[in-house]
Design a protein. Sequence first.
Length: 91
Amino acid sequence: MRERWRSVVRAREGASAWAVLDLLFREPVLDVDTVAREVGVSPVDAARALATLTDAGVIVEFSGRRRGRRWQAPEIVSALDEFARRAGRRG
């Protein structure tokens, strides 16, 4: 996933989007505050990074709200759900 994502994300070297990309493997569901705190950027830069990853198709916004929006990495969530199913943890 990581290598495929790196090939589709269009961001300058050192951009916050790259740090968020790595964060997704620990936190596949994010909001602006989490990104700002974990990556060490302003909320504006966090929102910009999330927009970059959304445009690349890496994450999707799923809350449907204007405030308190949340994004998820569907590929990671699916992989975790599949692992849980195989482990007998999901029905």
